[in-house]
Ligand binder design. Structure first.
Ligand code: ADP
Ligand code: MG
Length: 800
């Protein structure tokens, strides 16, 4: 929009605001009263004054005090009351679900329709217009915008919310903003954080002011696992313990390593049955029976010390665990018999905003609200009426898995900061109670004090691509840029990321971004998985590659029961396909899908027969859906396409999918050779070479003669002796008694030649010249079929 048009709309918005305040609209007033009760309101003038005076400020306060909903409005309102209204505020959120629900809330507080002055934008979705002056969006959206608009033209204020979470994107955005302030001194940056580490950010911005919002939460009683077992008599067993003479164990030894007697010394005053149960549980696995048991106890027992009414918030690590708890809960007597007395709401970032909305509604009298949530309810979303928190103490965290050379989502123990934060959620409106399902010892001595910033856990590939995509960094040294981060990564890690980006062809030898690199930088998945799904689209075998991608980033659908290992292997071999574990899994997935068409019972018995986990299969299915959305967000496939298994209601046919060119094509090729080529795409340089023993080969396809690897006994390939010249790609290398490659697939030399990385070594002698794959293909196209052995091909080329 032209400047004139903007000024014209600004005038209208200013007038509308004046009218609204003057008219005393009833909704607006009612909301205003609510807003004025928030602790942040007290600091209104203080905050706006500081924003006017300083380029950067930090606002910190306990979760729920009103930072996210109020601070952007303070700035907007102050600007709106001037005749020369000219503000354009962006507020970033780490999660999609927060961006939408907060925009909705803020629009409602202003008695406005969403998409006018208050809007939101997240990947694939948004509601905004030329009137929008306060935009809530994900951090990724701003990073995307910076590509084409490095100065954020027209933006007057940028608020970065939840900076304490230390997400990779938010750390990076803060770096970019620090530089941008030099070019745009009139820009205002506001960082908002929970009460932890505000000082860190203030130091980063030359000791900029920190505004602390006073006021806290009501006291919350804290109980640990031993109390939960004692109180609820979980697994009650009345065995007596002999008295012990053992020494008290050192604090560094976790409970799970202690004998019963040592446990008793560590937890004096607890009953024998509690000690027995603690000893039996070993704390390693999440115990859904215990969670259900505790919830049933909370709602059915009369407690002197505990409040009676109010919602219960259960923190669980992820989707699967939410589902498990849900079904366990419905199986308990209390919930079976008194269904109407409860409303159980799952809360997960993948749910639509409609589904989420119900968590904010207060339950009717006599009805108990139970929210089963991931850690999004820790800081992003505040549910007011919570008085009980059940914290299972785990969360999912993305980290780099070196044996897979891939990012993976792992289940880990929360940090003390997370546990504290979770506890605080029970004290919003009155005193509350928190049950942690880990022991007090664990809390004090074993849990990490703070979560590890994402940028320190992850591989840096995505960040490096991001830097390459932003024109402001053009020509600069990546290492030097990354040293400007709040927590600069080690130089070796930066080199590792650059090396791996070159290997997969995202950066060329000149360190320039390739087309592949550009697309990989635009999608929020591991770069190898990203490459696989992009290639899958181009080579029109999308459905199968999506299944592969899901399997590679999640896990195998096959289970490996300890006691029935041999039987499981036998059944797996029946499904064996193309000397490849992944092809075998693809087949298992496909046949499971067909069985599912016949009904749940058929699918169940199929899983049972072949030792497959239906949970894993369902998860693979859900991941495929996510990848479809990602691909359509960058225009690789048409929006709204549905694959046959991704959504039950939808049908997929060969003309159901079209490339962006508009030409209808079949994306469903299932040619095994093609699919094994896709595996080279995804897994290179995780490759091994068959030659009596199997040798690992490095990223230039030279054999590391000493690195003998073995095929894991669970693989369909474990009995096969591979010929000289054969290539295997593998998913994961583990070192136990020997070095094993776990899941592996035989791939053709042709696919190695064509798809293994961007460069291929031609000369096996010292000082090898590199030749690009394009040159190679160009030169060899006509002779490829006869060049069956890569070695032969190599020596042939050597003679040139
Ligand atoms: P903070 O950012 O400091 O954690 P928020 O601004 O998110 O706090 O929330 C302030 C208050 O607004 C909370 O107490 C919460 O009850 C209320 N609130 C936020 N979002 C909604 C919503 N969608 N529906 C109802 N109330 C909400
Ligand atoms: Mg907030």
């Amino acid at each position: 929009y032209s400047e004139d048009e903007m000024m014209e709309t600004n005038k209208i918005l200013h007038q509308e605001f004046q009218n609204k305040v003057m008219q005393n609209s009833e909704t607006y007033q009612k909301m205003l009263e609510e807003r004025q009760r928030l602790p942040t309101w007290e600091m209104k003038d203080h905050i706006t004054a500081a924003v006017n005076r300083h380029k950067v400020i930090i606002v910190s306060g306990v979760t729920g005090c009103g930072k996210t909903t109020q601070v952007p409005q303070f700035i907007l309102d102050e600007a709106l009351s001037s005749d020369s209204f000219n503000a354009n505020i962006i507020c970033t959120q780490p999660r999609r679900i927060a961006a939408t629900s907060i925009a909705e809330r803020v629009a409602a507080e202003r008695d406005e329709v969403l998409g006018r002055i208050v809007g939101y934008q997240i990947r694939l979705e948004g509601d905004m217009s030329h009137l929008t002056r306060l935009l809530f969006c994900t951090t990724g959206i701003v990073l995307r915008r910076l590509e084409g608009d490095p100065n954020l033209e027209g933006v007057t204020h940028i608020i970065v919310d939840e900076v304490h979470e230390r997400s990779e994107q938010s750390d990076f955005l803060i770096l970019v903003l620090k530089r941008l302030l030099v070019r745009r001194p009139e820009l205002r940056v506001i960082l908002m954080s929970a009460t932890i580490n505000a000082k860190l950010f203030s130091n980063y911005f030359d000791n900029c002011p920190v505004i602390n919002i006073p006021g806290g939460i009501f006291p919350v009683k804290q109980f640990f696992l031993e109390d939960v077992i004692e109180k609820t008599r979980f697994n009650y067993e009345d065995k007596t313990l002999e008295h012990c003479s053992e020494q008290i164990a050192s604090d560094e030894i976790p409970d799970s390593k202690l004998s019963k007697y040592q446990l008793q010394l560590r937890y004096p005053g607890y009953s024998f049955s509690t000690i027995n149960t603690l000893d039996k549980m070993k704390f390693e696995k999440l115990d859904f029976n215990l969670i259900a048991h505790l919830l049933e106890w909370i709602v059915t027992t009369q407690h002197d010390e505990l409040p009676l009414d109010g919602a219960i918030l259960v923190f669980l690590p992820g989707y699967e665990e939410i589902e498990n708890t849900y079904s366990k809960l419905l199986d308990t007597e209390e919930f079976k018999e008194n269904k109407d007395k409860y409303i159980i709401i799952p809360l997960h970032s993948s749910f639509s905003s409609d589904e989420q909305r119900s968590v904010f509604h207060k339950a009717k009298p006599g009805i108990r609200k139970i929210v089963l949530s991931t850690n999004i309810a820790e800081t992003s979303i505040t549910i007011d009426d919570v008085v009980y928190v059940v914290d299972v103490g785990r969360m999912k965290e993305m980290s780099y898995n070196h044996s897979r050379r891939m990012k993976s989502l792992d289940l880990i123990w929360v940090s003390r900061t997370n546990a504290e934060q979770r506890k605080g959620r029970a004290g919003r409106v009155q005193e509350g109670v928190c049950f942690h399902l880990f022991t007090s010892h664990m809390y004090k001595h074993i849990l990490r004090p703070h979560p590890v910033p994402e940028i320190q856990r992850n591989s840096l590939e995505q960040v490096v691509l991001r830097i390459k995509m932003l024109s402001v960094f053009r020509g600069e040294d990546i290492e030097l840029i990354l040293q400007e981060l709040i927590d600069p990564p080690l130089v070796e890690r930066i080199h590792g990321a650059v090396q791996s980006l070159k290997e997969i062809g995202a950066l060329d030898s000149q360190m320039e971004l390739t087309a592949l690199g550009y697309h990989l930088g635009s999608i929020p998945v591991d770069v190898r998985i990203g490459k696989l799904i992009l290639y899958g689209t181009i080579f029109r075998c999308l459905d199968a590659t999506l299944t592969m991608a899901a399997i590679l980033s999640y896990k195998s659908p096959f289970v490996n029961p300890f006691k029935k290992r041999h039987e499981a292997k036998k059944m797996k071999l029946i499904l064996s396909e193309h000397s490849s574990d992944i092809h075998t899994m693809l087949r298992a997935y496909k046949e499971w899908w067909q069985a599912r068409d016949e009904g749940r019972a058929a699918a169940f018995s199929f899983c049972k027969k072949y030792f497959l986990s239906s949970k894993h299969l369902e998860m693979i299915c859900a991941l495929k859906q996510q990848y479809v959305e990602i691909l359509s967000s960058i225009g690789f496939i048409r929006k709204g396409i549905k694959l046959k298994d991704v959504q039950t209601s939808a049908t997929y046919s060969s003309d159901g999918v079209a490339l962006i060119t508009g030409k209808k094509v079949n994306l469903n090729n299932e040619n095994n050779e093609l699919l094994s080529a896709m595996l080279v795409v995804a897994l290179y340089p995780n490759m091994a070479h068959g030659e009596i023993a199997i040798f690992e080969i490095d990223s230039h396809l030279t054999i590391q003669s000493n690195d003998i690897v073995n095929i894991h006994p669970s693989s369909v390939n474990s009995e096969i002796v591979f010929e000289i010249g054969s290539f295997l790609v593998y998913h994961e290398k583990v070192r136990t008694s020997k070095v094993y490659i776990r899941e592996c697939s035989l791939v053709s030399q042709l696919s190695v030649l064509m798809f293994a990385g961007g460069c291929i070594e031609v000369d096996v002698s010292k000082d090898p010249p590199l030749i690009s794959i394009d040159d190679l293909i160009h030169y060899k196209t006509t002779q490829l079929e006869v060049a069956l052995s890569l070695k032969a091909l190599r020596s042939e080329l050597n003679q040139l």
